[in-house]
Write a protein that binds this ligand. Structure first.
Ligand SMILES: Nc1ncnc2c1ncn2[C@@H]1O[C@H](COP(=O)(O)OP(=O)(O)OP(=O)(O)O)[C@@H](O)[C@H]1O
Ligand SMILES: [Mg+2]
Length: 228
């Protein structure tokens, strides 16, 4: 089987005036279609930096990144936006919902570029929000919801475009254990539906749900890229 995601010698350097911070020192990873992979590693090791590059939210300084044989690292901004919109759903630790929009509008937003008519976008967004158990909260603003509910909105927003790759950076990091488990069961279900999932976590109980754990240390893949 061909990997859906492949990186070779991925490097990211943050330029901070006189100081350069090398966040990624040459990451080689392969992720296969339908895999559920957890990324673990100490704080500051480069996990979010890697996720942002995988999610086409940022670009590497050097190295190559391929999604389905397309070289993402060679793409221009508008091509990146296109691939991000069609193939990737991203879930952040801090939800990143738009505070002034109700949750229905938040979830409709990624469909703006889908070619669907406004009515169809609303139907689709409602369907997904129903699915994550928030059908009775459509007109609520994010601030009127609990953390777990907000994260479920964020997941709904990430999956409304039917991406095959779902990236989540500590999606349960700000949640109590019950809400965290609710969120985790949505990821399990997405995995059962053959989506590829990459999830960063500090919680080994959450990582256990994954089929494989990739450890990152000091901007590099650490030994022990093993299957549980
Ligand atoms: N925008 C930025 N500008 C400058 N340096 C950054 C930036 N983002 C991250 N860094 C640095 O890059 C390194 C990796 O950061 P990153 O956020 O990827 O770590 P992480 O593994 O996600 O950590 P955590 O577990 O705390 O979320 C750190 O040394 C950090 O200080
Ligand atoms: Mg991080």
């Amino acid at each position: 089987m061909k990997p859906v995601i492949m990186t070779t010698k991925l490097q990211k350097i943050y330029n901070m005036g006189k100081i350069n911070v090398t966040a990624l020192k040459g990451i080689d990873i392969e992720i296969f279609p339908g895999e559920f992979v957890a990324i673990m590693g100490p704080s500051g090791s480069g996990k979010s930096t890697l996720m942002h590059i995988l999610g086409c939210l940022d670009t590497p300084n050097s190295g190559k990144y391929f999604i389905d044989d397309h070289e993402v690292s060679a793409m221009k901004k508008n091509q990146l936006a296109k691939i991000r919109n069609s193939k990737i759903g991203f879930v952040f630790q801090t939800f990143n919902l738009l505070p002034h929009l109700n949750i229905l509008k938040n979830v409709e937003l990624p469909l703006m570029y889908s070619g669907l008519k406004p009515k169809e976008r609303t139907i689709k967004a409602k369907e997904i929000l129903n699915h994550v158990g928030l059908g009775d909260r459509l007109s609520h603003k994010p601030s009127e919801l609990s953390g777990g509910q907000r994260q479920r909105v964020a997941i709904a927003r990430a999956i409304v475009t039917n991406p095959s790759i779902i990236l989540a950076d500590e999606p349960t990091g700000n949640l109590d254990s019950q809400s965290g488990n609710d969120v985790l069961s949505i990821f399990k279900e997405l995995h059962s539906a053959n989506n590829t999932i990459i999830l960063v976590t500090h919680d080994s109980n959450i990582a256990k749900v994954a089929q494989r754990i990739i450890y990152i240390k000091d901007g590099e893949v650490a030994d022990g890229n093993f299957t549980l």
